[in-house]
Design a protein around this ligand. Sequence first.
Ligand SMILES: Cc1cc2nc3c(=O)[nH]c(=O)nc-3n(C[C@H](O)[C@H](O)[C@H](O)COP(=O)(O)OP(=O)(O)OC[C@H]3O[C@@H](n4cnc5c(N)ncnc54)[C@H](O)[C@@H]3O)c2cc1C
Length: 347
Amino acid sequence: MQEFDFLIVGKGLAGSILAFHLIQEKQNVAIIDSLDGRSSSQQAAGLVNPITGRRFVKSWKIEELFPSALSFYSNLERELNTSFLKETSVLKVLLNREQQNDFASKCTDPIYTPYMNSELIRLDKEIPNPFACVEIKPVLQIEVQNLIRALKTYLNKACSLYQMEFIHENLSIQNKSFQYDQIKSKRIIFCEGNYVSSNLFFNYLPNRFAKGEALIIKAPELKLNLVLSSHINICPLGKDKYYVGATYNWDDRSLKPSEEKKAFLIERLESSINCTYEILEQIAGIRPTVLDRRPLLGEHPKHQGMYIFNGMGTKGLSLAPYFSKQLVDCILHQGAIEPEVNINRFS
Ligand SMILES: Cc1cc2nc3c(=O)[nH]c(=O)nc-3n(C[C@H](O)[C@H](O)[C@H](O)COP(=O)(O)OP(=O)(O)OC[C@H]3O[C@@H](n4cnc5c(N)ncnc54)[C@H](O)[C@@H]3O)c2cc1C
């Protein structure tokens, strides 16, 4: 039997970043993951964007989440001696008069001015922009595959990894400890992303699942260095490759990419650019969202020492660093969990 301070179930971005914080606090951590490639984290575009949507909506808590993400990922790059983070801009193409008016009212609003340049920009002929463009910045673009690889290398050395499916019925809950297979741990934290629906301890929480699909394309004539947000987001990946997406589907829970969303993405892409391209890949993942669109953090109402860290939804890259630290501070240093994300908001 191996003994640990913490057992984490799920090694997507939520579980990995949480494990990182715990290890920094000198905790002895074990992680279980089936590692069968069904993680939503693998499919993310990698953006932390302060202003999103057709109507320029400022992201929730971005004043705190943005600096926290920037500092977390920059420190991680230094600590792991690698690079995956870029500060960039989003060029938002105004698609009609209504968006132009929306922009005009927001670009002088002090809540928005830190994130928007008030000058309109004209792009060249590869990108139709009849109503011009707006620059949104600062924006973070994270090379997600490099981040996951770096975290994997770190966690392989700093904690114990068990590649297996966690079967909730087989967890033995004892006085002040949890036992699973050959693992004994003082605390257990579930970070299972959309698979939380199979978790018999936490499946009472109002989870919703949003399947997202994207295309990876090659477009040598496009020559785009910044993220373009037109009829769809187009993110440069380097070497003439671009991430085009993503879609939303609240009903489909399969990980199989669909022909319907492929056609939708192609139509949006061809409305956004005037140059040739080749589709290299179509990807799909399920975002773990919550009815009230806020993360899920906290201790189980009946089982002391059992926690959940989930509900990262569409914004795992900005939410995971900030809220995993909050959960660790709560468990180890009697810190508070914000009421808006605490699972005790649901009975
Ligand atoms: C197409 C798409 C684009 C996105 N773009 C962005 C973006 O630009 N910016 C952004 O911030 N977010 C984005 N997201 C959202 C982001 O990917 C998620 O918020 C985040 O990855 C969720 O991470 P997670 O660790 O909670 O879940 P996951 O990454 O799904 O990880 C859960 C892990 O738990 C494991 N697991 C679950 N149950 C078990 C079990 N019983 N036994 C063993 N292992 C188990 C799974 O194998 C998996 O590895 C995007 C998502 C999609 C789908």
